[in-house]
Structure formats: C-alpha cells, structure tokens
Ligand binder design. Structure first.
Ligand SMILES: C[S@@+](CC[C@H](N)C(=O)[O-])C[C@H]1O[C@@H](n2cnc3c(N)ncnc32)[C@H](O)[C@@H]1O
Length: 193
C-alpha cells in the first residue's frame, strides 16, 4: 500500500492518476504526521521538506513512522522563483529561503543524524530538463500546485506580472531557440531507521 501525505488536498488528488489503486491520500502536516509509530517500511519525500517551517521536526516524524530498518529518502531543491518571490514578499523571505538553508550537504546530513537516522548519505545531483517554452513552464506556476505557486497567486495581478517577467529574465540564460534547457541542482538524502 502507498500512502500519499501532503498538506494540500489538490496535490494529493493530482498524484492519484499516476499511482496504483492501492494508493490512499491523507491530508496531513509533514511535521505532525497522522500515522502511528513504526507503521511504514519506507518514506519518500520529494521536494517537500524545504517548505516545512521546521524541517528538523519533519525528519523526526519520518523517523518515527518507520519500522526498525526502514529507509527514508528526501529530495530538496531551490530555484529562481523562490528568489524572485522573496524580493516581492520580504515578510515571507525567511520561509521562502528555507530551501536555500537546506542546500548544503553537511547541514542535511546533520539534520538526518539528529533525527535518529543511521547510515546517512547525502549526494548532490544535477538533472537536465527541457521545457518547450517559458509559457509552458509558467502555466504550471499559474495552475497553483505547490507552495511557491500558491504564494505567487496571492499577489495582486500587476505584481504577478512583474514576478513573471523577472523569472523570465532570470531563466533567459537557459533559453535556446525558444526552449528552456535547464539544469537543476538538488540534494538527495537517505538514512535508515
Ligand atoms: C514542490 S511540491 C512537491 C509535491 C510532490 N511531492 C511532487 O514531488 O510532485 C511541494 C509540496 O510540499 C507540500 N508541503 C509544504 N509544506 C508542507 C507541510 N508542512 N506538510 C506537508 N506537505 C507540505 C506542498 O503542499 C506541496 O504539495
């Protein structure tokens, strides 16, 4: 059985189409998971931890719900949109910049260790991806799935337009013949309970 846990019901719904029928969606805060101790064989957290106000608490929760010997794997990333939004919303700068504070191997390694994980390993990975156009990239942001898009959508229209143009300028070095050829860096951390 696969349980999808996210604070956003919309995000869990989007996952439903891509997962087996045994998938169950549970709306829950990753920092206070609505599951019993030692009830999972594995926890996979993809591009979520960097948005938790207290990522250390999130890791402690991942550890708590794992059976002895079970594994957790987390993936964290950072980017141009967080940078741009924090210029427009200085009061949310700290929340938006959690992503950057988690962007160092030793920091994530120490946090996994402090949460009680053994055999901790953190690697920096680079992935290349092609998006057919900036408009296609931006359509996903306008769709509002995920924390940064939701923060973006809370801005007045004029400011949203300014953010769009700033992000477009920030991504221009990756633009080739109208397509965006982007390389993104991420950290993959893993540990055993
Ligand atoms: C970039 S999306 C990644 C979604 C999905 N894991 C994926 O890889 O497609 C970040 C997700 O983190 C979720 N999130 C942010 N803070 C959270 C929290 N405290 N507890 C649970 N989920 C949270 C957001 O709702 C959002 O769906």
């Amino acid at each position: 059985m696969v349980i999808g846990a996210d604070i956003s019901a919309a995000m869990l719904g989007a996952a439903r189409d891509r997962l087996p029928r045994s998938y169950r969606a549970i709306v829950t805060d990753g920092q206070a998971l609505a599951f019993q101790d030692a009830s999972f064989d594995a926890v996979v957290s993809q591009l979520g931890l960097m948005f938790f106000p207290d990522p250390a608490r999130g890791l402690a929760e991942f550890r708590r719900v794992l059976r002895h010997g079970g594994c957790a794997a987390v993936c964290v990333m950072w980017g141009v949109l967080a940078e741009t939004l924090s210029r427009h919303l200085p009061e949310q700068r700290e929340a938006l910049h959690f992503s950057f504070s988690l962007a160092q191997c030793p920091r994530l390694e120490a946090m996994l260790g402090a949460a009680g994980f053994r055999e901790v390993k953190v690697t920096r990975e680079t992935r290349y991806g092609i998006v057919e156009s900036f408009d296609e990239y931006w359509a996903a942001i306008e769709a509002g799935a995920g924390q940064l898009p939701l923060i973006y959508l809370s801005l007045p229209e004029q400011e949203r337009r300014a953010v769009r143009e700033e992000v477009r300028a920030g991504l221009s070095p990756f633009e080739k013949n109208g397509r965006l050829e982007m390389s993104v860096e991420m950290l993959i951390g893993a540990g055993r309970a």
